[in-house]
Each structure stands twice: as structure tokens, then as C-alpha cells.
Design a protein around this ligand. Structure first.
Ligand SMILES: Nc1ncnc2c1ncn2[C@@H]1O[C@H](COP(=O)(O)OP(=O)(O)O)[C@@H](O)[C@H]1O
Ligand SMILES: N[C@@H](CCC(=O)OP(=O)(O)O)C(=O)O
Length: 370
């Protein structure tokens, strides 16, 4: 863990702000500007201070819901249709606030976890920012599926902040920040002003339901903060409903909870491998831990789970189920099954000797034990 430093918005050059559904379509009868004016003014003022701004905006499902009569909320196709029906309302609601152009980017985890598509998204974001265009990003709910989606815009905003090389992430919530317990169910809950390390004890403070129209909850906000701070991104959770929040931020104050960035952030490919790359399979090994230099050979593999091709990312676990590392596999699951089982009539030990390392140690991220 790098030395921790505390910075303020004064040092910010590029900022991602995430706005949840409850702010955009609080009653699910279309988008309302009631809470958005302060956020839009914050974006305008930040840009006037020379800060690049990207907006991750929820609200398409909540904005589209009122077009559906008695919808079955558990029907995923209905929810996706709501998102498609509400996305334009959400975009046009934001666009009306600004006298500069905004751009719609819809993406899924499938886009971000594919290195080529991830880099393509980066270049698109950089091109938009170079032209002073405001990227407005949302998950592509209309086309995504369970295994392709991020699922919440808190985590999406952290992945976007990493992809965009942002130095600040601001996550708007319906409470002032992270409390030592749920403030909506505990009168004695105390606001935590600064978090230097997101530990299991910090996660244990979160509980309770998401806001009426929300998806994420405080847990996904902590997951987002963990992703962002390890990339060197200063992360705030603030109350998006409180208009004083944004002026405080612009003055360099901390109106909510500040998660301080690592002084020595993960380098780009390590961060992508750790926090964004999908796990297409799992290799269970005997050793307690894995080092970055380990190459792993067939004899060390106790079991192979899932189906993956050569070059895809796999999770390496020990027999206790601890997540040791993520790395790209040099061989497909099919070949690894073949050479690790005592296949009759095949000299598997000779095949094993002829094979190179199972994982490439230039594409591995050792996972810190939580
Ligand atoms: N330790 C905690 N600190 C703050 N909020 C918490 C905590 N534990 C649970 N919560 C709940 O998380 C909610 C905020 O997340 P969420 O429901 O996604 O709303 P939003 O998307 O508007 O932020 C709070 O309204 C609160 O009920
Ligand atoms: N992509 C979804 C947002 C999902 C989401 O994370 O919502 P929220 O918890 O309100 O930020 C939509 O536009 O409705």
C-alpha cells in the first residue's frame, strides 16, 4: 500500500461525477430538474476552472418507467425496455442545462473488460474532452445481459474514472457520505470524514436497502472508491440533494466523505487486470500465495474451472478459496484439462515438459488479501 496523501479539488485536472437515479427521476415519472441545477452549475464552474469533467448518469430506467402500465419490475426485459425508453429523456434533460455539447456513451462491462475495447473507449473519451465536449456515460442496459453488465453506475463510474485517467471521482448519494452505520436506521450514526484504507471493517458499516429508485447502495460506492483510490483517484461520497455540497467542493472543502488516493497507485495494466478484467475461469493451486514472477506450470494446478481460451484472464485461487491473482492464461482450459489428467495412451508428463508457463508473468495482478 503506497503512502497516503490528502489532496483537495484544487489539485484536480480531470473529474468524474456520478449522479444516481433518485436525483434525476425521483418519482419515476420522468426526469426532473429539481436537484440537477446545482449539479449542472458545479459542472459548468469546474470546467471554467480548467477541470475536464465527465458525467456518469443513472436514471434511464427511472425516467422510462412511467411509459409502462403496471410493469412487472422483476421482468428484466421490461426493465431494459424502460432504460431504452428513458435514456433520451435523461440525456436531453442534462443537455438543456449546458451551452456546450454533450456526448452519449453507453457501455457494458463487456466493453471495459476487453482490453482492445477498453483502449478504444479511452481514446474516444480523450477525443471528446479535447474538444470540450461533456461525455455523459451510462450502462447500456438495453442490450446488456447478466454476465456482460457492470450492474451499478457506482462501479461503472470508477472504471470510467480509471479509463479516463481522472484524478477525482465524486459520487452523489442521498446521504452526506459514509457513516459508521446506516444513518436512515440509526439516529446515532456518525459521518466519517476521511477514509485512508477501505478495510472489511469499513464494508461492515454498510447495510440496508438502496434508495427507492436506486440500484447500488453504499456497498457499491465503497467498491467504487476502492477501485478509484487504488488508481490514485481522490474519491468523494457527497450528498447530491444538498445544494451547499457543490460550492464547498469547488472551494476545496470536503462536504462528505473523502477516500484518499494511494500515493503510489497501481500502474494502468495492473489496475485493469485487478479491477476490470473479467475472470473467464479459475485455476486452483496448492501454494498459499502467488508472486508476480511466478510462472506456474501444469504440475502445480490442482483443478481447472470454467472454459477459457488462451489469452483470456483467469483467477488463481488456493485450496482455501483465497483469491491469489488474476492473469492471462497461455493455454486454453481444454488443453490444460488434457495435459493435467492422466489421459490414457498419452505421455502427459512429456507434454507437460514441452509446455511453457501456464500464465504469463507480464500479464498478472497479484491480489492483496482483504
Ligand atoms: N454506513 C452507511 N452510511 C451511509 N449510508 C448507508 C450506510 N449503510 C447503508 N446506507 C444506505 O445507503 C443509501 C445510499 O445508497 P443508495 O441507496 O444507492 O442511494 P443513492 O444511489 O442515492 O446514493 C443511504 O440512503 C442509506 O440508506
Ligand atoms: N443504468 C441504470 C442505472 C443503474 C444504477 O446504478 O442506478 P443508481 O443506483 O441510481 O445510480 C439506469 O440508467 O437506470
Amino acid at each position: 500500500m503506497g503512502k497516503i496523501k490528502t489532496v483537495s479539488l484544487h489539485n484536480t485536472k480531470r473529474l468524474v461525477i456520478k449522479v444516481g437515479s433518485a436525483l434525476i427521476a425521483p418519482r419515476e415519472d420522468g426526469c426532473k430538474t429539481r436537484y440537477l441545477l446545482d449539479i449542472a452549475q458545479f459542472i459548468v464552474h469546474a470546467r471554467s476552472q480548467g477541470i475536464d469533467v465527465l458525467l456518469v448518469s443513472s436514471g434511464s430506467v427511472a425516467a422510462g418507467a412511467h411509459h409502462f402500465k403496471n410493469p412487472d419490475r422483476n421482468n428484466i426485459a421490461i426493465k431494459k425496455a424502460m432504460a431504452a425508453a428513458g435514456q433520451m429523456d435523461m440525456m436531453s434533460t442534462w443537455d438543456r442545462f449546458f451551452d456546450f455539447p454533450s456526448a452519449q456513451l453507453l457501455m457494458t462491462h463487456a466493453d471495459l473488460r476487453d482490453k482492445e475495447r477498453y483502449n478504444s473507449i479511452r481514446l474516444t473519451l480523450f477525443s471528446l474532452l479535447d474538444e470540450g465536449i461533456l461525455p455523459i456515460i451510462n450502462e447500456n442496459d438495453a442490450v446488456t445481459t447478466d454476465d456482460l453488465r457492470v450492474g451499478d453506475n457506482d462501479n461503472l463510474s470508477a472504471m470510467v474514472a480509471a479509463a479516463a485517467d481522472a484524478d477525482t471521482l465524486v459520487i452523489c448519494s442521498d446521504v452526506d457520505g459514509l457513516f459508521d452505520k446506516n444513518p436512515n436506521t440509526h439516529n446515532d450514526a456518525k459521518l466519517i470524514k476521511e477514509v485512508n484504507s477501505i478495510t472489511p471493517e469499513i464494508y461492515a458499516m454498510t447495510s440496508g436497502p438502496v434508495s427507492g429508485v436506486g440500484t447500488g447502495g453504499m456497498k457499491t460506492k465503497l467498491e467504487a472508491a476502492e477501485k478509484a483510490t487504488s488508481h490514485g483517484i481522490m474519491t468523494y461520497i457527497i450528498n447530491g440533494f444538498d445544494e451547499t455540497t457543490f460550492s464547498a467542493l469547488l472551494q476545496g472543502d470536503n462536504p462528505g466523505t473523502l477516500f484518499t488516493p494511494f500515493d503510489k497507485p497501481m500502474e494502468e495494466s495492473q489496475h485493469w487486470m485487478t479491477h476490470t478484467a473479467a475472470e473467464y475461469g479459475e485455476l486452483v493451486v496448492e501454494s498459499e500465495r502467488i508472486d508476480k514472477t511466478d510462472e506456474l506450470n501444469c504440475k502445480e494446478i490442482l483443478s481447472i474451472q470454467g472454459e477459457f481460451s488462451a489469452g483470456e484472464t483467469v483467477l488463481i485461487k488456493n485450496t482455501k478459496g483465497q483469491r491469489l491473482a488474476k492473469a492471462s492464461s497461455n493455454y486454453s482450459s481444454c488443453l490444460l484439462h488434457f495435459v493435467t489428467q492422466n489421459t490414457e495412451g498419452v505421455n502427459t508428463s512429456q507434454m507437460q515438459r514441452s509446455m511453457g508457463p501456464i500464465i504469463s508473468n507480464n500479464d498478472i495482478a497479484v491480489l492483496e488479501k482483504k
